[in-house]
Design a protein around this ligand. Structure first.
Ligand code: HEM
Length: 210
């Protein structure tokens, strides 16, 4: 169902806030992951991993769900549709994959935060998880950046379903205007007939009779 312009603008504001906010929060997460990996300051490393878990659970995960649900509203409540344009389908897929991977990778985030709240996670034991978090955050940042660019450029045009829908709409519009012009011609015909009958009546009876 199409939204009114006011509601659409409000929903779009929410969508951009959640989705671009998601990108910003992941950028902060990456900065903390790099600090945790490279810093020599034990306190800073511990604080970084605790902050990463907090930001992931309370900002990044809610933002991903917010971007997904407001994206659905924007698609279904506007002419864009969910499967009519390739740019929307690709965004939907990227968001679902990014959210799925995020949820799967929340476990190592919580694990490192748990360790960091007691000791400084260092040495080979934690190295692979620390590296993994840097890698995950970099990949997520790249995918989210690409999604923002896709949203603005809206490339690749209509899907086959979108083309069929557009054709059906054009046919319906043509049918409607054909019906409207049919009614118009019938009206003109009746008017001409009325005028003709009046003329014949006047000529046949002779003007003198009136
Ligand atoms: C990481 C996820 C996402 C990001 C970063 C993102 C970003 C954006 C941005 C920046 C815009 C504004 C573009 C403009 O007005 O020119 C936008 C619009 C839009 N997005 Fe998303 N989006 C995301 C997820 C989704 C999803 C999952 C869907 C659909 C299932 C979606 C559907 C739409 C639609 C239809 C619009 C156009 C709204 C309108 O014109 O009123 N988005 N998105």
């Amino acid at each position: 169902m199409p939204m009114s312009p006011r509601v659409r603008k409000f929903a779009l504001t929410a969508h951009i806030t959640f989705s671009v906010g998601w990108f910003g929060a992941v950028a902060v997460f990456l900065a903390l992951a790099l600090a945790g990996l490279t810093s020599q300051n034990a306190q800073l490393v511990q604080a970084a991993y605790v902050a990463m878990a907090l930001s992931a659970w309370f900002v990044i995960v809610p933002a991903s769900f917010g971007a997904f649900s407001t994206g659905l509203i924007q698609s279904l409540g506007t002419q864009w549709g969910l499967f009519k344009h390739y740019w929307v389908v690709v965004k939907l897929l990227l968001t679902v994959i990014a959210t799925g991977l995020l949820l799967l990778h929340m476990e190592p985030v919580s694990y490192l935060a748990e360790i960091a709240s007691q000791i400084t996670p260092s040495g080979t034991e934690f190295r692979s998880i620390q590296l993994q978090l840097v890698g995950d955050a970099s990949a997520a940042l790249f995918v989210l950046g690409a999604t923002i660019a896709i949203s603005v450029y809206k490339p690749w045009g209509l899907t086959p379903y979108g083309i069929r829908k557009q054709q059906a709409q054009a046919e319906m519009r043509n049918e409607k205007s054909a019906k409207r012009s049919q009614g118009f011609y019938i009206l003109i015909g009746l008017l001409v007939l009325g005028v003709l009958i009046a003329i014949i009546h006047l000529l046949g009876g002779g003007l003198g009779n009136h």
